[in-house]
Ligand binder design. Structure first.
Ligand SMILES: *Cc1c(COP(=O)(O)O)cnc(C)c1O
Length: 223
């Protein structure tokens, strides 16, 4: 795998306004360092226990994103340094993030995860839930979090039309939220959608942030 070449080719092929989150889960810190040395600074991990040792081992100007399902009892380990949490999938989790952010005197940016795929196993809110609870994320309660946008994962399928329809649905929800009156906890700007297999479609459908792993680092082996 030529990580540098993969990164540069990928970056050249996406709009400059789209953020590339390089997903390094299962890969050791040395692999992250290779991407770092090629100039990349934004990385995504889906497990706290994998993220923390990499954070400790690697340069501190890396922006670390958590992209996978996050358990409330793990939030305190990442609160001091995490740049963006993509995977807020319950109010309880958002409350915990706020609580830990207060403790470390930070404001933590988050995305709300929306369930757009057909698969049942994927976490996230439904459209209806998002619309109904968005108004209740009040700055008086959620003093130390900021909602920067939405995140979604399309169904894992070769059916490009279906993937496109799911991304389009998320974009529509995003636009609807942006045009509604929301508490000051919201600074909606990011639409995190698109992975190695579907980021091109996601960008066509309005993604501002893609999360790409295997297209840069090769296939993962889970031990
Ligand atoms: C692993 C993962 C990715 C990246 O997947 P690839 O197919 O390797 O690009 C993106 N988003 C989430 C939430 C992931 O867990």
């Amino acid at each position: 795998m030529n990580i540098r070449a993969n990164l540069l080719t990928l970056k050249r092929s996406i709009p400059p306004t789209c953020t590339l989150v390089a997903v390094t889960k299962t890969h050791p810190a040395e692999v992250v360092k290779e991407a770092y040395d090629a100039g990349h600074r934004v990385f995504g991990e889906n497990k706290v226990q994998e993220l923390v040792p990499k954070y400790e081992a690697l340069p501190k100007d890396i922006q670390w994103h958590i992209i996978g399902h996050l358990q409330s009892n793990k939030v305190r380990h990442i609160a001091p340094f995490v740049t963006l949490i993509h995977s807020i999938d319950s109010i309880k989790l958002l409350e915990e993030v706020n609580k830990q952010a207060v403790k470390v005197k930070r404001t933590i940016p988050v995305l709300l995860q929306v369930h757009i795929a057909k698969e049942e196993t994927k976490f996230g809110f439904s459209d209806e839930e998002i619309m109904s609870f968005a108004g209740s994320i009040k700055p008086s309660v959620f003093t130390n979090v900021e909602v920067h946008g939405l995140m979604g994962m399309a169904t894992f399928t070769d059916n490009a039309d279906q993937v496109r329809a799911e991304f389009r649905k998320l974009k529509t929800l995003f636009s609807k939220l942006r045009s509604s009156s929301l508490p000051n906890t919201f600074r909606l700007k990011e639409l995190s959608m698109g992975m190695s297999g579907d980021y091109r479609i996601a960008i066509e459908e309005g993604s501002t942030m893609i999360r790409v792993g295997s297209a840069i680092f090769g296939t993962r082996s889970y031990k």
